[in-house]
Write a protein that binds this ligand. Sequence first.
Ligand code: PMP
Length: 282
Amino acid sequence: MSRIVYVNGSYLPEEDAKVSVFDRGFLFADGVYEVSTVLEGRLIDNEAHLVRLKRSLNELQMESPASPSEIVEIQNELIKRNGLNEGGLYLQITRGAADRDFAFPKNTTPTLVMFTQEKNLLNSPAAEKGISVISVEDIRWGRRDIKTVGLLAPVLAKQAAVVAGVDDAWLYEDGYVTEGSSNNAYIITKAGTIVTRNLGNEILHGITRRAVLELANEADMEVEERAFTLDEAADAAEAFVTSATTFVTPVISLDGKAIGDGKPGPLAKRLRQLYIEQALES
Ligand code: PMP
């Protein structure tokens, strides 16, 4: 069944939803995006996604073609028109279409595209079983805190994982894990401390990361925000990743070696449960 997609003011069947070949998102990856989760037909933590969107736009001196309240209105209209109960809502803003030239064009209207993706999020086999990851060198650019559509490095990392017969890749730089290909990465030490990379330009400031660290603090779990090595990860009691559409997902092996007992760990499972409870209550 065809979806209804939003493009620059119009709600269109997906086969009619088009942007220009001169769009700078297409030519230069000159654009930013957000993915918000939808559960029971409602957006989860969407305000935080829109704050990060604004920050990404500001960092790239890009204008938004719609105010936050207009964006929310479009998001909810798309959810309604597509009857979306569970899944994700993808939103992309590019600098717009202009004759190909590296520097910013003048007087170009930004492009705004949104679409829905149906997906089972609550009953996820990956969360049930845990996922296996390989380590891949992080070859991304220096501003990973900006959520741009320039995603070729994570595409290659994820493809390397597929070829290796595993679920995902953890990216590393100078021996330290930065994050997952499309999620934030965590280990839980044998002493029970949750460790995840501190915020900076090296990682995306995950919306789920913030919510999960808050829940961990409330549950009196020990949290350290610092870089950790691949060796520490291999020696950890548990590991997991977080993202808007995967919530908390346990990681059970790294580079072919089991983490802990090779099963989803109790703290990761507990955090997933706490996160989902809070999301459903919000
Ligand atoms: N890091 C990267 C590189 C990502 O692509 C994502 C997913 N957007 C995340 C972390 C997780 O961010 P969030 O919790 O906001 O989905």
